[in-house]
Design a protein around this ligand. Structure first.
Ligand code: IMP
Length: 178
């Protein structure tokens, strides 16, 4: 793995493909154990999670389905000033066990605002599985159930994560160079 350039910025190797895949195998094993006997709906949050969700889902052995959504926020009248909603979710969530699949939890704002919206559809349970989390960036009290890697508060790209739309198409994860 060598230093790469994405648009105007340089990134250095951070997590190689082997390390990522080993950790995903562990996460999937944990989920398979926790959800034994429960039909589970995985919901991948686009765009960033598409590669992670795909690799994770291939290792899921419990009865499961998968769907992808896009989250959009618009100006509304909540205390934070924005309202978040999803597009693309056609399933009826009532009594379903839902695992939300994210690429990265940064401040936690997106999921903190979206989970109450999801819970209005009365799922049996909702858990969060994220490949990456930046604990030092967390501003909202979000409980993240499955974390691939806790990482420093530095911008990363690759393996689905982007910088200004670019850099997603790498099997490895890179960190912004100093
Ligand atoms: P949050 O609502 O602050 O937790 O933001 C989560 C979203 O911010 C992720 O789904 C990413 O789209 C984006 N994001 C946060 N940190 C990074 C990063 O280091 N690289 C790429 N995208 C990031």
């Amino acid at each position: 793995m060598n230093r790469i350039q994405v648009k105007d910025k340089f990134f250095v190797p951070f997590l190689d493909a082997h390390t990522i895949h080993e950790r995903i195998t562990d996460l999937a094993a944990q989920i398979n154990e926790d959800y034994q006997g429960k039909e589970t709906l995985f919901i991948g949050i686009l765009n960033g999670s598409f590669i992670f969700a795909s690799d994770l889902f291939k290792k899921i052995s419990i009865p499961a389905s998968i769907s992808f959504i896009k989250l959009v926020s618009y100006k509304g009248t909540t205390s934070s000033g924005t309202v978040i909603t999803s597009i693309g979710l056609e399933e009826d969530l009532s009594d379903k066990h839902v695992v939300l699949v994210e690429d990265i939890v940064d401040t936690g704002r997106t999921l903190t605002e979206f989970i109450p919206v999801l819970k209005k559809q009365n799922p049996a349970s909702v858990k969060i599985c994220t490949l990456l989390q930046k604990p030092d960036a967390l501003l909202f009290p979000l409980q993240v159930d499955y974390v691939g890697f806790s990482i420093p508060n530095k911008f990363v790209v690759g393996y689905g994560l982007d910088y200004d739309g670019m850099g997603r198409n790498s099997g490895e994860i890179y960190q912004l160079a100093d």
